[in-house]
Design a protein around this ligand. Structure first.
Ligand SMILES: *Cc1c(COP(=O)(O)O)cnc(C)c1O
Length: 382
């Protein structure tokens, strides 16, 4: 049969990706154990054996978040969907939400609040600085009717860490729920959901968990679940409605209701990634990120790089640095990629063309990567 249209597709072949080293703001390098898990035999999404590993994924996700929250799961979509899920479920039309902005991702939170029909009250801090708890407290006092405080724990656009514990406690003192972005922080620096009293927390698979991109671990406190269950209006997103998704992830009940077909193989990979965190131990993993950050820092400073963020607020897993004078950043980054198969990140927004973001996330945070990166830099800049 003649197809109605012809397409220029005869030359297309299977894709064999270049073997780059990933030292940007994510995705990070993937351990062979994880890529091997990804290619295992696909089984059905309601197969009893699959349900078993979903339960294990849930338990290990609770461990990584350090929480006993029953509503803990891995969403079948990337970190941005985790963000959207938290806002879509918790923000009802008319709700006032205090949103902290000190980089790109805080700006997206504002966008989410408004699309959910809420009003965003902004607390803005300079890029490269942490969220100022004093300003947050001022806004909480000035807006006693605010329902939620939202902020980014680890701002990937600038490499800055904000004090999640203090901010969540402030939210609690003022009767607000907290929504916290831990996409870059989870499994790289401490994220203690229960001890810090966090309410709705989302992350991503491809940063310090070093899994393939496209999944989002999330967890909701009992208080957050109560608000979701008592909403006056339905959650506007059907796919992300936790009332429905929780019935698939088995929120306490044995029977699972079909909601969507889980990305089976991606979840095999997530299971392996979480298992690797458990085997290493969270505290050892945090220590490892810090150790290689210090090693990289020393080498970078010797080459004339300068950190954007004050030491106290620096993320070990995301090194935001100014290049030494006289170098054209885009040209060097291109040479690293093409001649050395090494990816580092450029700057975003106000820092585009000004800084680099060198990631030491998950499997990328290792001796060999740091040595390789410094050696490549010496060659390209020497
Ligand atoms: C990467 C990132 C996201 C978005 O995650 P995706 O998986 O790219 O959708 C959100 N917030 C922060 C802080 C991030 O670093």
């Amino acid at each position: 049969m003649d197809l109605p249209k012809s397409f220029d597709i005869q030359e297309i072949q299977s894709f064999d990706p270049p073997k780059r080293r990933l030292m940007g703001p994510g995705p990070s390098d993937i351990h062979p154990r994880i890529s091997s898990a990804l290619s295992r035999h696909c089984i059905g999404h309601l197969d009893p054996e699959f349900v078993k590993i979903m339960d294990e994924i849930k338990t290990m996700t609770q461990y990584v978040f350090q929480t006993t929250n029953r509503l803990t799961m891995v969403l079948s979509a990337p970190g941005s969907a985790g963000m959207e899920a938290c806002f879509a479920n918790l923000v009802e039309p008319g709700d006032k939400v205090i949103v902290c902005i000190n980089g790109v991702f805080g700006g997206r939170m504002k966008e989410n609040v408004e699309r959910c029909g809420g009003t965003a009250i902004l607390v803005e801090d300079e890029w490269g600085k942490p969220v100022d708890p004093n300003k947050v407290e001022e806004q909480l006092k000035a807006n006693p009717d605010a329902k939620i405080l939202a902020f980014v724990h680890a701002e990937t656009s600038t490499g800055v860490r904000s004090d999640a514990e203090q901010l969540c406690q402030l939210a609690k003192q003022h009767g607000c729920l907290s929504i916290v972005d831990t996409v870059t922080s989870l499994a790289g620096i401490p994220v203690l959901v229960d001890a810090w009293g966090m309410d709705a927390v989302y992350s991503g698979s491809q940063k310090c968990l070093s899994c393939t991109p496209g999944l989002s671990p999330v967890t909701f406190s009992d208080k957050a679940v109560k608000k979701i269950k008592n909403r006056a209006s339905k959650v506007q997103s059907w796919f992300l409605d936790m009332n429905l998704v929780m019935n698939y992830w088995g929120n306490g009940q044995a029977k699972r209701a079909y909601h969507h077909t889980a990305p089976i193989n991606a979840l095999y990979a997530m299971h392996e990634a979480l298992l690797m965190v458990r085997e290493e131990g969270l505290d050892n993993r945090w220590e490892r990120h810090q150790k290689y950050h210090l090693k990289l820092k020393k080498g970078l400073e010797n080459l004339g790089f300068r950190y954007l963020v004050e030491e106290e607020y620096r993320l070990p897993q995301l090194n935001a640095v100014f290049l030494p004078e006289g170098y054209e950043e885009a040209a060097i980054r291109k040479r690293l990629l093409e001649d050395h198969m090494l990816e580092v990140g450029g700057g975003l927004g106000a820092f585009a063309g000004k800084i680099w973001r060198i990631g030491l996330m998950g499997h990328s945070a290792r001796e060999e990567s740091v040595d390789y990166c410094l050696e490549a830099l010496r060659k390209v800049m020497g």
